[in-house]
Ligand binder design. Structure first.
Ligand code: ATP
Ligand code: PRP
Ligand code: MG
Length: 285
């Protein structure tokens, strides 16, 4: 039987979350013995553990059929691959940063300056579009050190919390682009592999749909049910079941984490009782 080959990061920011996603999709992978290639136990899938920089090229060539990596690497490598699905982790931005005591005057500040980065293509394209002339110093990593050692006047690198910038005496001047982990794929997958990809995607979407949502069950007197339904639209509409206690119903619905507490407060104010909140593992729409 044909297997789909997926490339994930061997060790780094995305490794654990990539494996966790496969686990959430019911795909069991054992990687205890540092093997760089392994088979899933219960899905026709082979997992390749690689440097994230190499994944776009391998997916383009078909060495791997699909891969998980940051959009930043996909954009930088400019390989002929398709972005299939955003995965909702590895969220970060690519930013220009300068020494903290400098006065930032807008993009003109960078005219003629040396900027250190591991993302020269993205940076070159950005300044070309903005019509500014900069000198790019390409570095493989530890980019934040570049200004402190006199290699560059500014840097362009990944920022998340901003603490690496602060620790290295820098401040964020411009956030250029946002990135997150994505699933990418080869453009010419066989029919069998496309079917396997569809099965995987179905599971990824079911997992993603359940993220950031809660299942809520509550009891309420029938006269306030219309108000509660207005608050809890649910997926289609909430389920309403009569309780053994006449004049009362049980309402079941899905709510987003974002407005969770506001809705709970309002439900209580309306007179709902016995509110039960349950995490959602998967949701198939
Ligand atoms: N601080 C962060 N917060 C969130 N996501 C991040 C952060 N740093 C990096 N990422 C994302 O995770 C990806 C991998 O980051 P990591 O630092 O592990 O890369 P790397 O050092 O290039 O690894 P490799 O050894 O595989 O080349 C990045 O390309 C980016 O998409
Ligand atoms: O804004 P922050 O939350 O501080 O995160 C940003 C840092 O995270 C990444 O490095 P990582 O820690 O993955 O180490 P690396 O240099 O080995 O890639 C990135 O290259 C930045 O240096
Ligand atoms: Mg890398």
């Amino acid at each position: 039987m044909e297997k789909i080959k997926i490339a994930i990061q061997k060790s780094g920011r995305l490794s654990e979350k990539s494996l966790d996603l496969l686990t959430e999709c019911g795909i069991n992978v054992s990687n205890g013995n540092r093997k760089l290639k392994t088979d899933a136990h219960n899905f026709p899938m082979e997992i390749l553990f690689l440097r994230d920089d190499d994944i776009p090229q391998y997916v383009e060539q078909g060495v791997a059929d699909i891969g998980i990596l940051g959009q930043n690497e996909v954009w930088e490598k400019e390989k002929d691959v398709v972005e299939i699905e955003k995965l909702g982790f590895g969220n970060c931005r690519l930013s220009l940063a300068i020494p903290k005591d400098e006065i930032y005057t807008g993009l003109d500040y960078f005219n003629g300056k040396r900027i250190a980065t591991s993302y020269p293509k993205i940076l070159k394209k950005f300044f070309r579009e903005k019509g500014r002339d900069v000198k790019i110093e390409e570095l493989g990593g530890s980019v934040e050190i570049a200004t402190g050692i006199g290699l560059a006047d500014a840097i362009f690198d990944i920022v998340s919390t901003g603490s690496t910038l602060i620790m290295n005496g820098l401040k964020e001047a411009e956030a250029i682009i946002k990135s997150q982990a994505v699933l990418i794929g080869n453009k010419n997958l066989s029919t069998a592999k496309t079917e396997l990809l569809e099965r995987l995607l179905f599971r990824i979407k079911a997992y993603k749909n359940g993220q950031g949502k809660k299942y809520v069950l509550l009891n309420a007197p029938n006269e306030i049910i219309p108000d509660i339904v207005r608050l809890l639209p649910g997926m289609r509409s909430p389920s309403i079941l009569p309780l053994a206690d006449k004049g009362w119903s049980s309402v079941h619905s899905v709510i987003h984490d974002d407005d969770f507490w506001e809705i709970i407060d309002e439900l209580k104010r309306l007179g709902a009782e016995g509110i039960l909140v349950v995490p959602i593992e998967k949701m198939i729409l």
